[in-house]
Design a protein around this ligand. Structure first.
Ligand code: AGP
Length: 614
């Protein structure tokens, strides 16, 4: 996510802002910038790259001023580069803005403003917002705060913004909706604004968390003033921060991984945002629109990926073949690139990568491209190498994933693959309209069901305590949940260092059943889908050999409850969407076992977040 920092007071703003941006680096970003007011001018400096690169860039420049704004950008609209970095000027350069969020109707606003003579320097939605504010002020001669209020009533989407004006060097205006914004109230008429408390806590513990659709007007020498976008005054509620710096970065969670597991209701929602319309019954993936026909006509779709992304690819295979009836093959990128595969120009390759920097996946793309295939990307990092190497793609918009073990990235990848499969199925007519709409409504309900699923965390933690010293685990699943069994095993392996294997449940009798005894915990995904009865008999086979069963079941299940040792319920769902739910308890089970074993959950031994080497 983007990071916001602003300051108004009696000290030099630049060092406070830069230090604040460094405090927000954990949020993940691709560019940084700062704007300061000095002697009636706004001096604005911004660059793609790290905060340290911005600092190097500003050496020798005018960094004076006791008021300023700073930003670290996590690209959503527009690739990471200097011109798309924040802050952004208005047309006259009298105003500057920083923004965290997504203006969903920015395209319509932008074309209107262009017709009114505005010209834009960047591809961002943020620049549109500051031009809209300037346009309103020019047309109606209202105050800046009123122009901001009117503009925010026209905006659809999420925002945390701070604006400065060279006409008034004693004024900061901030506003918030869905994206976080905190105001720190310092001594001697100092105010600090940031995306969270980490840049503020060293200066003051007195903070005001803005609520949705609230605007803050901070005028030097005056009291903080709040109102909502309906112009109703609001009383600032001043709280005292208890949390320490380290804890705040993790949003109060003990580890980034746990924070990211709990972010999944919103990250899955963000993967769908602006891409489904329940009323019209449509899925729209703008990023691949030009290549959709190519995908529909493909002789086959080849999915290339590594690790967790490969598991998401397996779910994608089941989804696309089941719903859109297009042949799909899933390949480990590291194998695909070296085995001299047969590829032709009628093939479509889908490359899945959270980081967008995985060397094997990039190499697989290059090979497929050389042989004439069409390349579609599903990445989380905007402007990453893989996303730029593809012909088209859809970003997952999961937000930065700091924990090395992939959690929200996996469910966001599966969400985008589900949208792709539904979109292809609808165009091919392989799904009835009623079935398509049923799946769309069900998909839209998944974030709320994940929220419910997360309430079982303490129960899962109690089960984890019973198995923290196990030496091996077996994970079994069928159909859509076979890839989830593989992913669950990987999660446990990579953070708790316990050996675990995922298997199709029916495969157990072809060998692994020899492993079963009272020391072998077996996690079975036994939701009421597909070959449910057969999974129940697999559980019986394990029980007969004294295996310990941890079953993931559909809420209200009784048959499995009667035979399993431990049961974790997930909400009822469509079979095709069940991986978005059944993967959650497996993430939590692995997390708690690893914590109980004293493992470094966020940075497991020997692992890197992005494997950019072969
Ligand atoms: C999964 O938890 C690991 N972090 C790892 O398997 C990862 O999924 C794999 O390295 C692929 O990374 P990518 O999605 O960034 O390409």
């Amino acid at each position: 996510m983007c990071g916001i920092v602003a300051y108004i007071g009696h000290k030099e703003a630049y060092p406070i802002i830069i230090k604040g941006l460094q405090r927000l680096e954990y949020r993940g970003y691709d560019s940084a910038g700062v704007a300061l007011i000095s002697k009636g001018e706004i001096n604005l400096y911004k660059k793609q790259g790290k905060v340290s690169e911005l600092e190097a860039f500003t050496v020798g420049k005018n960094l004076a001023g006791a008021i300023g704004i700073g930003h670290t950008r996590w690209a959503t609209h527009g690739a990471p580069n200097d011109r798309n970095a924040h802050p952004h000027f208005s047309g006259s350069s009298d105003l500057a803005i920083i923004h965290n969020g997504i203006i969903e109707n920015y395209a319509a606003l932008k074309s209107e403003l262009i017709q009114r003579g505005h010209t834009f320097l960047s591809d961002t939605d943020t620049e549109v917002l500051i031009h809209l504010i300037e346009d309103i002020q020019a047309k109606t001669a209202v105050s800046l705060e009123e122009a901001v209020r009117v503009a925010l009533n026209e905006v659809i989407g999420a925002y945390a913004i701070v604006i400065i004006s060279k006409e008034d060097p004693d004024l900061l205006i901030a506003a918030k909706k869905s994206s976080p914004l905190v105001i720190g109230i310092g001594e001697n008429d100092e105010y600090f604004i940031a995306s969270d408390a980490t840049p503020i806590v060293e200066y003051t513990k007195n903070v005001v968390y803005l609520n949705d659709e609230e605007i803050a007007v901070i005028k030097r020498g005056k009291e903080l003033r709040l109102m909502n976008i309906k112009n109703q005054p609001k009383i600032p509620y001043i709280q005292e921060l208890e949390m320490q710096l380290e804890a705040i970065e993790k949003g109060g969670f003990e580890h980034f991984m746990l924070k990211e597991i709990f972010e999944q209701p919103s990250s899955i929602r963000n993967s769908m945002r602006g891409r489904i319309d329940l009323n019209k019954g449509i899925v729209s993936l703008g990023g691949i629109r030009e290549y959709k026909q190519k995908m529909i006509n493909a002789e086959r779709i080849i999915i290339v990926a590594c690790g967790t992304s490969w598991h998401a690819g397996l779910v994608g295979e089941y989804l696309i073949e089941d719903l859109a009836r297009i042949p799909v093959e899933v390949e480990y990128a590291s194998e695909f690139r070296y085995r001299n595969p047969i590829i032709n120009e009628n093939d479509v390759v889908i490359a899945i990568s959270q980081s967008g920097e995985t060397a094997d996946t990039l190499a697989a793309i290059k090979l497929a491209k050389e042989k004439g295939a069409t390349i579609i990307g599903i990445c989380n990092v905007v402007g990453s190498t893989i996303s730029r190497a593809t012909d088209a793609g859809s970003y997952t918009h999961a937000g930065p994933e700091i924990g090395v073990a992939s959690t929200k990235a996996f469910t966001s990848q599966v969400t985008v693959l589900t949208l792709m499969a539904l979109s292809l199925a609808q165009s091919k007519g392989t799904l009835s309209d009623s079935k398509f709409r049923q799946l769309l409504v069900e998909l839209d309900s998944i974030p709320d069901k994940v929220e419910k699923m997360l309430q079982s965390d303490s129960k899962i933690e109690a089960i984890a305590a019973l198995f923290r010293d196990a030496r091996n685990f077996l994970y079994l699943g069928r159909g859509y949940n076979f890839p989830v069994a593989l992913e669950g095993a990987l999660k446990l392996k990579e953070i708790s260092y316990i050996h675990a294997e995922g298997y199709p449940a029916a495969e157990m009798k072809h060998g692994p059943i020899a492993l079963i005894d009272e020391h072998m915990p077996v996690v079975v995904i036994a939701t009421k889908h597909g070959n449910y009865e057969k999974v129940v008999s697999n559980i019986e086979e394990v029980k007969a050999r004294n295996g310990k069963i941890i079953a993931i079941v559909t809420k209200g299940d009784t048959a499995v409850k009667a035979i399993a040792d431990y049961v974790i319920e997930v909400p009822e769902s469509e079979d095709a969407l069940s991986p978005l739910l059944t993967s959650i308890p497996l993430q939590l089970l692995s997390y708690h076992i690893a914590v109980m074993r004293g493992c470094n959950v966020d940075q497991p031994r020997n692992l890197a977040k992005s494997v950019t080497v072969e």
